[in-house]
Design a protein around this ligand. Structure first.
Ligand SMILES: C[S@@+](CC[C@H](N)C(=O)[O-])C[C@H]1O[C@@H](n2cnc3c(N)ncnc32)[C@H](O)[C@@H]1O
Length: 222
């Protein structure tokens, strides 16, 4: 029986694909194989969390501004101590901690006094530079700085605690789930995740509500 021309072409294309492991461009089977390959690739595709959303923390000026502003009303030492008290453990010096979105070291620097080892993780190298300068000045040697994020970080060991403050909202909603799953992988079975984060919701009268919010916050903190 004579094979129709399209079948021959089909078999030829299949052979090519098998041989070169790549899809030829100009036939139905080629397009199909190419789509399958793309779908396989899509499985590995993740959101680029190194893209800064909102304030661009890859810029040194923005990092300095953040550090000055936060330092003017936050008591980082108190925040770390309060966390330790809340944790209520007898052996903090045996515990390892990952601080994701560590910024300029708000938590990591002070937490290093209480815990065995801190992994300070941030997608911004400038933030990490600022944090590691503070660690150097204070002769802290139990913080490892890692340029990574919620979605990609793979610690060299599973840890007892993950701490993350004011950073999770940087991920788009869909990717928050992926971030949580990845954090779950970083924790030991009885590990603790401390996630502190918020975003502001304003009703349509944006300007008035923003003013009200600023006034209320300034009464509280200034
Ligand atoms: C508002 S700062 C908070 C810093 C610090 N945790 C604090 O309490 O001051 C947010 C930090 O999250 C970092 N960040 C943004 N997206 C991130 C991601 N996907 N993974 C890890 N860090 C991220 C930013 O670079 C920035 O340093």
């Amino acid at each position: 029986m004579v094979k129709p021309a399209y079948t021959k072409q089909f078999e030829k294309d299949l052979k090519k694909i098998k041989k070169r492991n790549e899809a030829p461009q100009c036939s139905a089977v080629g397009v199909f194989a190419s789509l399958i390959k793309q779908k396989e690739k899509m499985k590995d595709w993740i959101y680029d969390e190194f893209n800064h959303v909102g304030v661009d923390y890859s810029k040194k000026d923005n990092v300095n501004e953040y550090d000055n502003q936060m330092g003017s009303f936050r008591d980082y030492e108190k925040e770390a101590k309060e966390f330790l008290d809340k944790l209520d453990v007898s052996n903090p010096k045996d515990l390892t901690v990952i601080d994701i979105g560590c910024g300029t070291g708000a938590f990591s620097i002070h937490a290093s006094n209480y815990f065995k080892q801190i992994y300070a993780v941030d997608v911004s190298q400038e933030m990490l530079n600022a944090a590691s300068s503070k660690a150097k000045v204070s002769n802290i040697d139990n913080i490892e700085f890692c340029n990574s994020g919620f979605l990609q970080f793979q610690p060299t060991e599973k840890v007892d605690i993950i701490y993350t403050k004011y950073a999770f909202h940087h991920l788009p909603d869909y990717w928050k789930q992926a971030g949580l799953l990845n954090m779950n992988k970083m924790l030991k079975p009885d590990g603790v995740l401390f996630l502190s984060d918020f975003v502001f919701k304003f009703d349509p009268d944006y300007e008035t509500n923003t003013d009200t919010f600023i006034n209320e916050m300034s009464k509280k903190y200034i």
